[in-house]
Design a protein around this ligand. Structure first.
Ligand SMILES: Nc1ncnc2c1ncn2[C@@H]1O[C@H](COP(=O)(O)OP(=O)(O)OP(=O)(O)O)[C@@H](O)[C@H]1O
Ligand SMILES: N[C@@H](CCC(=O)O)C(=O)O
Ligand SMILES: [Mg+2]
Ligand SMILES: [Mg+2]
Length: 445
């Protein structure tokens, strides 16, 4: 979704399209999109990277004493929000964050991903590609406009109307996404009632993460217009599938997919096997980043097409990694644990770093597990050397503290802020008394 506009192009577009405001966007450590909105008269100043904001007001960024930060827009991310037609349109530019000293800010997830990508380039690769598969639920709003957990349809996987009442909403979402330059590959109802998936074409790491952030914004905005609430919460309802955001990834060297080898019996290169070996080795360490909220772990349980065990397969959907059957340019690894609560820039940084560590250290890829892991006993899994993914945010944070490669992928600033913020979240959660406990214990004890 990158364009190649010059400053002059933007000025012409502003004039022709009657753009009145520009949102300068960035993402904080927790994955939330932040905006500084400026009138279009400030376009030059913004493009010169001279717009300042107060970093101390952003969670996990900096202390009051060092709060001034600069927003440096990426001109290739210019886009007009299609729903702002009328009086005056609003456009956005996605920004990197710089310190007053003119250095990329180490707490900025987008700049941090660029740092890890440099390491990849030094190893001879030219791009890391990501095709994400974000899933979400559509729920009804109550009479006060607040979200409920009441589903608005009874549809199932690939069902068509009239059962799929969310279809009109999803179709509108796709149209708005296309207006913003997304190349939509597929859009369908997911396995659970009220659950949807829209897949867009893979792009290089930074553009793909920018796309995920834009995608979430558009899905939520359009759903509201249909009087629905779209949620990317990983497991909103007990007993049915949760929402994942599978990451399909590949490393390219120029026009060549470094994961593909036509001479290998599976069509997979040695680099890919080592990359996957690295992913498996660091899977426990990177889980806190890819599954960052308490609720993420309610999804990573057996039986709902989400992984709970560290293994790979070419066929089935119960392990952490799957190798979809397409080859040549589409040869890719699908990481099935990631969920849509993850900060995409951070999740991709830890995944890339884990894979590169596999290549650097020639980490061996174990044998695939082509049976349904959900149906195996712990002893059977242990006999195959299959470990568990962390089952709570607490165990995931502990595994993160023990994995230096994953910590390096975050850098010390993000690591410190992420870990302390998430530890507070866990402490708040563990003191709660849930309905399940009351139902189980109130009478019995
Ligand atoms: N070389 C590649 N590198 C990274 N991503 C790729 C590559 N080739 C294709 N993709 C992306 O992979 C994604 C494939 O999504 P698709 O829904 O087909 O996967 P799936 O795993 O079969 O679906 P599901 O898990 O929902 O059953 C798309 O975003 C596509 O653009
Ligand atoms: N919803 C499932 C994935 C279903 C699928 O394979 O598309 C998950 O939580 O990951
Ligand atoms: Mg899916
Ligand atoms: Mg998938």
């Amino acid at each position: 979704m990158k364009n190649n506009y010059t400053r002059e192009d933007l000025k012409r577009i502003v004039e022709n399209e009657n753009v009145r405001y520009i949102r300068l966007q960035f993402t904080d450590i927790l994955g939330t999109i932040k905006n500084v909105e400026v009138p279009v008269s400030q376009l030059d100043k913004a493009l010169d990277g001279e717009m300042m904001f107060d970093g101390s007001s952003i969670e996990g960024f900096v202390r009051i004493e060092e709060s001034d930060m600069y927003l440096k827009p990426d001109i290739n991310t210019w886009s007009i929000f299609p729903w702002t037609a009328g009086k005056g349109k609003v456009a956005r530019l996605i920004c990197d964050i710089y310190t007053v000293e003119g250095e990329p800010f180490e707490g900025d997830p987008r700049s941090n991903l660029k740092r890890v990508l440099k390491e990849m380039e030094e190893m001879g690769y030219t791009s890391f590609n990501l095709g994400p598969e974000p899933e979400f639920f559509l729920f009804k709003l109550d009479e006060n406009g607040h979200p409920t957990r009441e589903l608005n349809d009874q549809g199932g996987y690939f069902d068509l109307a009239p059962t799929d009442l969310g279809e009109n909403c999803r179709r509108d979402i796709v149209l708005e996404l296309e207006d913003m330059g997304f190349e939509i590959e597929a859009s369908h109802h997911e396995v659970a009632q009220g659950q949807h998936e829209i897949d867009f074409k893979y792009e290089d790491a930074i553009s793909a993460c920018d796309n995920i952030q834009t995608f979430k914004l558009i899905v939520k905005t359009v759903a509201r217009k249909h009087n629905l609430h779209a949620t990317f919460m990983p497991k909103p309802l007990y007993g049915i599938n949760g929402s994942g955001m599978h990451f399909n990834v590949s490393l390219f060297r120029g026009e060549e997919n470094a994961f593909y080898d036509e001479n290998d019996s599976f069509g997979l290169s040695g680099e890919m096997r080592h990359f996957m070996g690295g992913l498996l080795k660091h899977a426990r360490g990177f889980t806190a980043v890819c599954n960052p909220i308490v609720n993420s772990y309610k999804r990573l349980v057996p039986g709902y097409e989400a992984p709970s065990y560290i293994a790979w397969s070419g066929k089935n959907r119960s392990p952490l990694l799957r190798i979809p059957s397409s080859r040549k340019m589409s040869t890719r690894a699908e990481i099935r644990s990631v969920d849509p609560a993850a900060n995409p820039y951070l999740a991709l940084a830890v995944i890339l770093k884990a894979g590169l560590d596999g290549i650097k250290n020639k980490i061996d890829l174990p044998e695939p597990v082509n049976v349904n892991l959900y149906e195996m006993t712990r002893d059977e899994r242990e006999a195959l050397g299959v470990n568990d993914l962390p089952s709570t945010l607490y165990t995931a944070l502990k595994a993160l503290s023990e994995d230096e490669v994953v910590q390096d992928a975050l850098g010390p600033h993000i690591m410190r802020q992420f870990h302390s913020n998430k530890s507070v979240e866990w402490d708040m959660y563990r003191a709660q008394v849930s309905e399940w406990e009351v139902d189980q214990y109130l009478n019995q004890y």
